[in-house]
Design a protein around this ligand. Structure first.
Ligand code: DGY
Length: 323
């Protein structure tokens, strides 16, 4: 029997690409640039499976295609808000993601951001590189102590839980959680965490707030101007989830007028474009979407896609089916 044909929309770690080429008629996007909606529609007509990632904007324009051959979109990544759910459903494709394998690395990066913004590490680095460091002094770049402070976690899935574990066991932080469903008491107990009923209740109590909820229409601008105003004036906001969860215009105002202490972002609305006003804010740390960017996580994500393909093409329901 002929091997199923699969298109990979970006370059992946070599070991995973090699495995894909062994098991499938795999076509790699050697340019490593995102496909246009027209190229994506063409791909849906030609391949049995398409393997997209967060840089593929799969809205109605890309997914509205007649005579599609593709039966599965096996996404490389855990977040899939870039895939329009109603369009995927009307196309009749299965969609899978890659949970678990990147949770620890993404939580490591969220903790890195938290520490960087609290200790003004970005400002310090910029100062040295610009040749403006004049030496140690008692009042220089004074940050905020992290140990023992209150951390609010919005979204208590796998990554949120890993973040809580690091913050509680490593830094003795008090953990408050907001999650759309009730979290099992034993899961909360692992980090001595307390679940609150609403984000509005969580925000005023926290010194740090870290976002770990999904993106997509229901969470768009969850952190809007009204909610940012509920944060303590010296609190910090960390986002390794999706850019659209924060209203960036409102955040820019909060940073400029210092109604919060600072923010640290790994994801941006409309990335890689970043608003010039946001760029001006000194009390902001920015990283270029590095949450899962370790050799280990990126390979494991690829192998998890392979597991999902193997489930699908041997007639089983893929283990990580989300649509
Ligand atoms: C994820 O896995 O969702 C990361 O953000 C990369 O896509």
């Amino acid at each position: 029997m002929a091997k199923p044909s699969v298109l990979v929309t970006r370059r992946w770690p070599k070991a995973v690409e090699a495995q894909l080429q062994e098991n499938y008629q795999a076509v790699l996007n050697t340019n490593d640039v995102p496909l246009s909606p027209a190229e994506f529609r063409e791909a849906l007509r030609r391949y049995d499976a398409v393997l997209p990632t967060v840089t593929d904007r799969l809205g109605p324009e890309a997914l509205d295609v007649s005579g599609a051959r593709t039966k599965i979109l096996a996404n490389y990544g855990v977040g899939y808000s870039h895939i329009c759910e109603p369009s995927a459903r009307s196309l009749g494709v299965a969609v899978t993601n890659t949970p678990d394998v990147l949770s620890e690395c993404t939580a490591d990066l969220a903790m890195t951001l938290l520490l960087m913004v609290a200790r003004r590490a970005g400002e310090g680095e910029r100062e040295i590189r610009s040749g403006n460091w004049t030496g140690w002094r008692p009042t220089h770049l004074i940050g905020t102590k992290v140990s023992g402070k209150a951390l609010g976690i919005v979204g208590f899935g796998r990554i949120g839980q890993e973040m809580a574990r690091r913050a509680h066991h490593g830094f003795g932080m008090k953990i408050l959680v907001h999650n759309r469903s009730r979290v099992a008491p034993d899961v909360l107990a692992r980090c001595n965490a307390e679940q609150v009923d609403s984000i509005d209740e969580l925000l005023p109590q926290c010194d740090f707030v870290s976002l770990h909820c999904p993106g997509g229409p229901e969470n768009r601008h969850l952190l809007n101007s009204r909610r940012l105003d509920l944060m303590k004036p010296d609190a910090f906001l960390i986002n390794t989830a999706r850019g659209e969860v924060i209203d960036e215009f409102a955040l820019t105002q909060s940073l400029m007028f210092e109604t919060i202490g600072g923010a640290a972002l790994d994801v941006f609305d409309g990335e890689p474009r970043i608003s010039p006003d946001l760029m001006q804010c000194d009390n902001l740390v920015m990283l270029p979407h590095l949450g899962s960017a370790t050799r280990e996580a990126r390979e494991a994500m690829g192998f998890r896609v392979l597991d999902n393909l193997s489930d699908f093409f041997s007639g089983r329901d893929p283990r990580d089916r989300v649509i």
